[in-house]
Each structure stands twice: as C-alpha cells, then as structure tokens.
Design a protein around this ligand. Structure first.
Ligand code: NAD
Ligand code: ZN
Length: 345
C-alpha cells in the first residue's frame, strides 16, 4: 500500500510493504548526504542502511541517540545540530529517522529546524511509531512538559516495513495495538474484526495499512488540529491523566482510557459496544482497569489537559461503532467512567 498526505505545501508519501526498508526507498533524489538518526535498539539496521546508501555514492553517517524519550530534549537536539554541522550538511541534504516514535518525533524536529528545514524520511520500527507517531507531521521534544516544543511538518516519506514490525516483542505489539484498536473503534471495522478473530496475532498486513489510513484521512482533513483531528484522542483524555498518575505506559493508559470513554458513551449516547471493546483489549493483554490511584489527582490532571475548553470538559465519545463525536461531559459522567476503570474515592 502507498498513499500520500499533504498540508497543501509539502507532500508526504507513505509506503507500507514487506522488505521495503531499503536505501532506495529511504533516500530522496538529488541529496549528497544522508544523516541517519537511530535508537540503540536498531543501530545495526541503521548502519546497514548507511552502508547501502554509501554504495549508491551518497555520503551517510549514523548518530545513535539515547533510548526512548531520553533523546527528546534540547541537549540531544543540540548534539544532532553539531553533528550535522560537522558533516557539512546543506539544505539539499537529508535526515533519516530510524526507530520508534521517540526517534521520529526527535529527528523530525531536528530536520524541521536545522538550516530552517531539511528533508527527512522515517523508518518507524515500532508498531506505535508506524501507525501513529510517524504519520501526521507532529514533531517535538520535551521541555518541562511532554512534546511542548515542536512544529507541524510532514516528513517527505515514511517507509513502513511489516517484516520489521513482525519481529517485535509482545510488549511493543501491545503498545501499538492500543492505538490500532482505537483507530478501529473510531473508524475502521476491519481492524476490529481482525483483532476479534486473532487477538495479538492479528495480521499486520490488515491492521497496519488500515490504521494508517484512519490517521491519514483524519489528519488530511485537519492538519493543525482545529477540529476533526480530535477524534484521534479517543481514550486519551482520561488515559493521559491515568498514564501520569499511575506511571504506566501510554498504550496501557489508552486501553484503560478507552474503557472509561466507552462507559461514558454508553451512558450518554447509548453506545452498545463497550463490552465488545473490553473483550478485545483484554484478549490482547492490555489492562482495562487500574487500582490504587488517587481519583482527585486524575481529575486535577484532566482539568489541566489541553482538551478542556471554556464550556467544560470535551471528550471524544462513540455514538455507535466507528461513529465518534466530541461532546461536553459533566462531572457525573466522568465519575461514571472512572468508576468503570477502578478509579474511585
Ligand atoms: N508525533 C506524533 O503524532 C506522536 C504520536 C504518538 C506518539 N508519539 C511519540 O512517540 C513516542 C512513543 O513511541 P514508541 O512507543 O515507538 O516509543 P520509543 O521510540 O521510545 O520505542 C520504544 C522502545 O522500543 C525500542 N525499539 C524500537 N524499535 C525496536 C525494534 N524494532 N525491536 C525492538 N525494540 C525496538 C526502542 O529502543 C525503545 O526502547 C513518544 O515519544 C510519543 O510522544 C508521537
Ligand atoms: Zn496515543
């Protein structure tokens, strides 16, 4: 599968396939240097790609950044700028980000800002990176808060190689599955059918292109997040607060957040698929509740969340299967959702 996404100015080509993580797919025409930014876990792959790029007569070096979010800070950005400077980078050269969402966010930010913008392509190597972080043009690093410094800018290309994702450890497949199941409930019945039939063994050939399509179509309609893009936050309003208070992973928190949002949807809008959603998430091995966290702390974090507006708390709910709506919810409904996930007084 291949598709394009544009902000009206830059066009981003997204390719999904098997064995497609090649120098040819990642390299843009006409560049003389390719600076590869990679995580330690995929350093070997990055070095291999650099070798293949050099075989094509293009200079290429690899910068290994610290793992995960510990790369997403301004100190590491500065290290990357100095590295590009030492390589003699010009505006006609390019960056390639190889790794999970932390690396695509980071390399996208570096590329967007170095020399006021050089091209970048992404090779996402986690499921979450492939279906979420590398799609949609949000780049960023953490400064005090998460992703507080960043720009909206599409990468020139995203190359999703399912052979890489196939070999991921269970924990990383579950982490990504929280987002693919989310994409399914807001917009794609085939994703849900596949997880219902096969649990965590769901075919990546089915769920990855479908989840990418949900994100592409949604972002395409609303690049800078004024309206429709909000539906991608399904499960994230309560989920994000729970993630911070409980100190659990993003995927685990989104799973729990979807359970709460499903219950609120059932109460407010007559949503009939809350128990189906719960069964799917449980079957994947994602948590559906959380014990022992402070309700007041969760509420306080939700109140601070950017999805709040002057009319109260806005949340993405489901009117029906694959029919998301953004609704104002009151304290009683939120309490109902929190109750369903075990967050009680
Ligand atoms: N830009 C966006 O729209 C967007 C959306 C969602 C998330 N994000 C960001 O993405 C990040 C989370 O993404 P993530 O879950 O991919 O995290 P990550 O990049 O931290 O990767 C998770 C772990 O997987 C390891 N890893 C990567 N590829 C691997 C492979 N092939 N085999 C084995 N291990 C591998 C990494 O080294 C790391 O330890 C966060 O920083 C988040 O803010 C951005
Ligand atoms: Zn998310």
């Amino acid at each position: 599968m291949a598709c394009e996404i544009t902000d009206g100015d830059r066009v981003s080509r997204i390719e999904v396939g098997r064995g497609c993580a090649t120098a040819g797919a990642l390299l843009l025409p006409g560049v003389t240097r390719a600076g590869i930014v990679a995580q330690p876990s995929v350093e070997n792959r990055a070095v291999e790609i650099a070798g293949a790029i050099k075989d094509r007569g293009v200079e290429s070096e690899v910068l290994v950044v610290p793992d995960g979010d510990s790369a997403k800070n301004l100190e590491t950005v500065e290290i990357a700028y100095e590295w590009l400077n030492a390589l003699g980078f010009t505006r006609g050269d390019m960056v390639i980000g190889v790794g999970g969402g932390a690396v695509t966010d980071f390399s996208g930010f570096v590329a967007a800002t170095y020399l006021r913008g050089v091209d970048v392509t992404y090779l996402p190597t986690t499921l979450l990176g492939a279906v979420d972080a590398s799609i949609g043009g949000k780049t960023g690093v953490n400064v005090g808060g998460k992703n507080l410094a960043g720009v909206f800018r599409h990468p020139a290309r995203v190359v999703v190689d399912l052979d890489i994702l196939e070999g991921l450890p269970v924990g990383l497949l579950q982490e990504g599955a929280a987002e693919t199941v989310k994409a399914g409930f807001i917009s794609s019945a085939p994703i849900i059918a596949e997880y219902e039939a096969n649990g965590l063994e769901a075919s990546l050939d089915v769920v990855v292109p479908a989840a990418i399509k949900v994100k592409v179509d949604t972002v395409q309609a609303d690049f800078t997040e004024r309206g429709l893009r909000a539906i991608l936050n399904y499960g994230h309003t309560i989920g994000h607060a729970v993630e911070i208070v409980a100190g659990i992973s993003h995927g685990e928190a989104v799973s729990i957040g979807m359970i709460a949002a499903g219950e609120i949807s059932a109460a407010l809008l007559g949503f009939k698929h809350a128990s189906r959603q719960k069964a799917i998430l449980e079957n994947i091995g994602l948590p559906v509740s959380i014990e022992g966290i402070d309700k007041a702390e969760v509420l306080e974090l939700m109140g601070r969340d950017k999805k709040r507006d002057s009319g109260g708390m806005r949340m993405v709910l489901l009117e029906d299967f694959t029919v998301p709506v953004v609704r104002h919810v009151g304290a009683d409904e939120i309490a109902l959702g929190l109750d369903a996930i075990g967050v009680v007084d």
